[in-house]
Design a binder for this molecule. Structure first.
Ligand SMILES: Cc1cc2nc3c(=O)[nH]c(=O)nc-3n(C[C@H](O)[C@H](O)[C@H](O)COP(=O)(O)OP(=O)(O)OC[C@H]3O[C@@H](n4cnc5c(N)ncnc54)[C@H](O)[C@@H]3O)c2cc1C
Length: 408
């Protein structure tokens, strides 16, 4: 007979793993949950960009009772997404400004500082830092986990929440690959920005994130995030298909930044150049240019093809996707709630609940992987395809405006 679960080991203290730990506490506080995180301390891993948390993510964070969420969202919610051409002329606007007293639509997204979010997620969770998972051994009644420092722990169940380069996945389901998409990205984050200096962009930035694209395949993403006081932070990202670059891409922050400024000078509106010119080396996230990647799309759930009972995957570890639809963290958060419910199912029913979770998780995740990749290519169209896309978007925009689906 299957024994009820008592100890859960979560590998990876990222957004999904931490929300899972919090949600388990809400549903069944008697379960012993430990998060094993490879970073040396809560602040040693750079958190990167701000993150767009939509209704999926917000509801999942609220379900796990993460502290401070309402206040963070009240400061940072945008109610639209605007796509502009290279002259900053509107091609498509989804959502729009909310009039005083009106409720934001389901499209509302919180542009959240990752550190803000993390502070709420770690609160009260048992996290062991500096524990890098390397392998596991599963037997009928437990799972043994091995760490790089030579230590081991036994648990009743293990969750691989160790992100896009998941080591748990590499052992468990090696058919899930994490491959380059052919799109290159670059991002920067600037503290204390004055958007008023860019009147055209600022009109949209007041309520939306902005994507501005050029017919040569380059695409720029701009958004604001509001700290508790002072001027907003501005994030600026640029991406393009690798094959439009004829010379080797520069390496390192300074060289990449110089290259980006030249692209923006050639291809974009002076207000976008104004932003690019302000970016300093210290604002650049990661090491400059990076190859975007995705897990390979598989319609059939690969977890169901591997005999297992005492482990599963969550979030990017199962279905890492490109950032173009802004769904990676939101999907991971949604997984965390479904998995928390499965793990806290009464007594001996948990293996069936986990199998059901894996089916739902895979269906949702693989759909987002596929759609995110399609959007990555759609955002980087070249020549006549760009022009065709532009008039298609303008047509849809007109319909949204006429039907009142966007605020006018
Ligand atoms: C530039 C950028 C912008 C993005 N914007 C958005 C957005 O707007 N909206 C959105 O929804 N998503 C966005 N994403 C994606 C989002 O960040 C991820 O999908 C999300 O963080 C996945 O959460 P996770 O918990 O599954 O993995 P992660 O957050 O990556 O967490 C994994 C954790 O596991 C740890 N770990 C890794 N290996 C080991 C190991 N061997 N042992 C122990 N610990 C380990 C890591 O240190 C990390 O803490 C963006 C991503 C990037 C790069």
């Amino acid at each position: 007979m299957v024994q009820p679960l008592q100890t859960i080991a979560i590998i990876g203290g990222g957004i999904g793993g931490l929300n899972l730990a919090q949600a388990i506490k809400v549903y069944k506080s008697s379960l012993q949950v430990t998060v094993y995180e490879r970073s040396e301390s809560p602040s040693s891993r750079p958190q990167g960009f701000h993150i767009g948390i939509n209704t999926w993510g917000l509801e999942s964070l609220k379900e796990a009772k993460i502290g401070g969420i309402d206040e963070i969202f009240a400061r940072n919610t945008v109610t639209g997404f605007t796509v502009l051409d290279e002259h900053l002329s509107e091609m498509l606007r989804i959502g729009g400004p909310v009039k005083p007293g009106e409720k934001p639509s389901k499209l509302a997204t919180g542009i959240i500082d990752r550190t803000d979010l993390r502070n709420g997620l770690v609160e009260g969770v048992n996290i062991v830092y500096h524990k890098k998972f390397i392998k596991y051994e599963e037997t009928d009644d437990k799972i043994k986990i091995f760490f790089e420092d030579g230590s081991t722990v036994d648990a009743d169940f293990m969750v691989g929440a160790d992100g896009c380069w998941s080591k748990v996945r590499a052992q468990f389901t090696p058919s899930i690959k994490y491959e380059p998409t052919g799109i290159i990205s670059f991002g920067a984050l600037m503290k204390g920005f004055s958007p008023e200096e860019m009147p055209t962009l600022n009109k949209f930035l007041k309520y939306s994130m902005i994507r501005t694209s050029s017919p040569s395949g380059y695409s720029v993403l701009i958004g604001l995030c509001h700290p508790p006081s002072g001027k907003p932070d501005l994030f600026f990202g640029i991406s393009f298909p690798e094959n439009i670059i004829t010379e080797p891409l520069p390496e390192g922050k300074a060289e990449s930044l110089q290259f980006v400024k030249e692209i923006v000078r050639k291809d974009f509106h002076p207000e976008v150049l104004l932003i690019a010119e302000r970016v300093e080396e210290s604002n650049v996230i990661f090491d400059g240019f990076y190859k975007t990647r995705t897990t390979n799309y598989q319609a059939e759930n690969p977890l169901s093809k591997v005999a297992h009972k005492r482990l599963t995957l969550l979030g990017d570890a199962a279905h890492a996707m490109t950032t173009n639809k802004g769904m990676g963290a939101n999907t991971s958060l949604k997984d965390s709630i479904d998995l928390a419910k499965a793990l806290t199912t009464d007594d001996a029913d948990w293996p069936a609940a986990i199998a059901k979770y894996e089916d739902i998780m895979w269906k949702r995740g693989s759909k987002e992987v596929k759609e995110s990749l399609i959007m990555s290519w759609r955002n980087h169209q070249i020549g006549w395809k760009f022009t065709f896309g532009k008039y298609m978007m303008k047509g849809v925009n007109g319909i949204l405006w006429l039907t009142g689906m966007n605020s006018k």
